[in-house]
Write a protein that binds this ligand. Structure first.
Ligand code: AMP
Length: 288
C-alpha cells in the first residue's frame, strides 16, 4: 500500500494520477448511469439511473453461510490508494464509483460504521476538504445506506449545479454562527443545519466535531441511531433516518444532498411523480 502521508496540495493531483492508473489496471470499475434531473425550487436535483449492465455487474456471489463478510477496507487495494492521512486514516478511490473521483477516507484499524465520529475523523476530513473543496458525507449504519461495516467517510468533487458543492446547497438559509443549529424551512424532512465559521482558521477538525455533537444532541440521536451527515467547508447537515428505502429506492447521504440513484427508468418515473423531497421525507426520521 502507498504509505506516503497525503498533504492537502497533493490530494487532487494524486486523485487524478491514481484514477488514471487504476483505470489502466482495471482496479477502478466505474458504474455507468444515465444522468437525469428534476427541478426543485431554485435548484436541480440529480437522479442517476443505473443501466441494465451495471445491475448485472453489481451482483456478487454471497459469502458462504456463517463466513465473515469480506472487508474491502481492512487491506485496501494498492492501486486504489492515494496515501495515508496520519495518524489513523487511509484515503483511497471508491472502486465502484458512480460519480467521478469519489474518495473514501477509511480508518486504518477497524472501527464500526455505527460508532460515533471522532476528533481524528474530523481532522482527517478537514485535511481532505482543504485539498478538495467538495462534498463530504457519512452514512451511519445500514438504514442510512452504508454497505460496509468498516468506518468510511466519503468525499466527492462539487456536484453542482453551477459550482455548488451539492444541489441542496441552493435551498439552505443563511448559515447560523458556530454554537447554533437551525432547521431550513425549505427542507421538509427531519434535519438540522450548523454553520462551521470561516474556513482555514486553526482547529478546523475540532470545530467540526463540536458542530457534529451539537447537531446530534439537538436531534436527540441515540448512540447507534442511523443518520446521514453532509459536510462542506462551510456547513454541516444531519438527517436522522427511519428507513433505508421508499418505493424500492435506497437513499443514502447523497440523496439528501440532492443526488439520487435509482435502479430502473420506472423507479425514476415513480420518484418524479412523488417528488424527491417527499421521498426524502419518507426515509428520514422524526424531529424531537
Ligand atoms: P457505502 O455503500 O456508502 O457504505 O460506501 C462504501 C463504498 O465502498 C461503496 O460505494 C462501494 O462502491 C465501495 N467499495 C466496495 N468495495 C470496495 C473496494 N474493494 N475498494 C474500494 N471501494 C470499495
Amino acid at each position: 500500500m502507498n504509505a506516503t502521508p497525503l498533504m492537502p496540495a497533493a490530494l487532487w493531483p494524486r486523485t487524478l494520477a491514481v484514477t488514471r492508473h487504476a483505470l489502466e489496471t482495471g482496479a477502478l470499475q466505474p458504474i455507468t448511469t444515465e444522468a437525469r434531473t428534476l427541478p426543485i425550487a431554485n435548484t436541480t436535483f440529480q437522479v442517476r439511473v443505473l443501466g441494465r449492465v451495471a445491475l448485472k455487474e453489481r451482483k456478487r456471489p454471497a459469502p458462504p453461510v456463517g463466513a465473515e463478510p469480506f472487508n474491502p477496507f481492512a487491506n485496501p487495494e494498492p492501486d486504489l490508494v492515494l496515501g495515508t492521512v496520519p495518524p489513523a486514516h487511509v484515503c483511497l478511490l471508491n472502486k465502484f464509483n458512480v460519480v467521478e473521483h469519489h474518495l473514501l477516507l477509511v480508518t486504518r484499524a477497524f472501527e464500526s460504521q455505527d460508532a460515533l465520529l471522532t476528533h481524528a475523523d474530523f481532522d482527517a476530513l478537514s485535511m481532505c476538504l482543504e485539498g478538495l473543496d467538495g462534498l463530504a458525507f457519512y452514512n451511519a449504519g445500514e438504514t442510512a445506506g452504508a454497505s460496509q461495516r468498516h468506518k468510511h467517510l466519503q468525499l466527492v468533487p462539487p456536484l453542482g449545479p453551477d459550482g455548488l458543492r451539492a444541489p441542496v446547497e441552493a435551498l439552505l438559509p443563511p448559515l447560523p454562527g458556530p454554537g447554533r443549529v437551525i432547521a431550513a424551512e425549505s427542507l421538509p424532512f427531519a434535519h438540522l443545519l450548523a454553520g462551521l465559521g470561516p474556513w482555514g482558521a486553526p482547529g478546523q477538525g475540532e470545530r467540526m466535531l463540536a458542530a457534529y455533537r451539537l447537531l446530534r444532541e439537538a436531534l436527540g440521536l441515540g448512540e447507534h441511531a442511523p443518520y446521514n451527515l453532509l459536510v462542506t467547508r462551510d456547513w454541516m447537515l444531519l438527517v436522522p433516518r427511519s428507513r433505508a428505502e421508499h418505493l424500492g429506492v435506497n437513499v443514502n447521504a447523497l440523496g439528501f444532498a440532492g443526488s439520487l440513484l435509482v435502479r430502473t427508468p420506472e423507479q425514476f418515473d415513480a420518484v418524479a411523480e412523488l417528488g424527491p423531497l417527499e421521498l426524502l421525507r419518507q426515509v428520514a426520521g422524526v424531529t424531537p
